[in-house]
Design a protein around this ligand. Sequence first.
Ligand SMILES: Cc1ncc(C[n+]2csc(CCOP(=O)(O)OP(=O)(O)O)c2C)c(N)n1
Length: 286
Amino acid sequence: MSASNLLSLKEMTCFAARIRLETLKCVGARGFGHLGGALSIIEALAALYGGIMRIDPLNPQWPDRDKLVMSKGHAGPALYAALALKGYFPLDWLSTLNQPGTRLPSHCDRKLTPGIDMTTGSLGQGVSTAIGLALAQRMDGKDRRTYLITGDGELNEGQTWEGALFAPQHRLINLTWLVDYNRKQLDGETKDILDLGDLEAKFGAFGWATASVNGNDLAEVVKALEAARQETRKPFCIVLNTVKGAGVPGVASITLNHHIVFEGDLRAKAIAAMEAEIAALEGATT
Ligand SMILES: Cc1ncc(C[n+]2csc(CCOP(=O)(O)OP(=O)(O)O)c2C)c(N)n1
């Protein structure tokens, strides 16, 4: 898929809603999971898999593909939902999340799941591996990009700042780093644990080209990703200002919604609301 295959905003909005619904069903099938931080990055995934990334779902190992490192590997269910909807594997795999024998573990594993480019879960390490992939693409003379998604709490890891220094020095213009600035981490608010302050200014000072957008607004996310693709001098960091639990009020309103029990009324209402939203969206587009 190339940039010319970019979905329209309406199509992408439906795609995002479908990713959100399948994420809810996926975590819902297990009854618990990392739902808050999966929901906050749905728009980023809808944009990336809605035409920004050059990929071929029928050939997940295509050597000329763009790559994604989901460094916040606990958000695997959202990525699995996007991959299943793109046809990398059957949708019914989603109901096997984190169960014995599954191809979909709670954290991303590139040896188990078609379409997963890097194994992640130990926070911070995805920054280094994404830099390695971007460097390798350049050394191979490929005009390809690597996309990296980290959390904001993940930036507590010193390793991330080593990567933030390395990429601009080595002019990794094919690397785009999306920071999910949902302002919460596992056990509280990021500002109370290690305050990141003005992240865009920090990355700018490290030598990155930057954008700071509403990360749950598809149009803004797409615009920033297109700007990243046009950038010719610096790696690009997009600060996604998001809501942990975005798009699902029952989850967003839970103060500590990093890893939650998702069953009963909460699950039923969330899934019904998403199904109604999709029916309305699809009704409006036909
Ligand atoms: C090195 C490491 N330390 C601790 C953890 C446990 N852990 C998993 S998720 C998480 C919080 C991450 O917060 P953030 O990056 O903000 O993720 P988000 O809120 O976007 O889900 C922690 C501490 C881990 N996976 N890896």
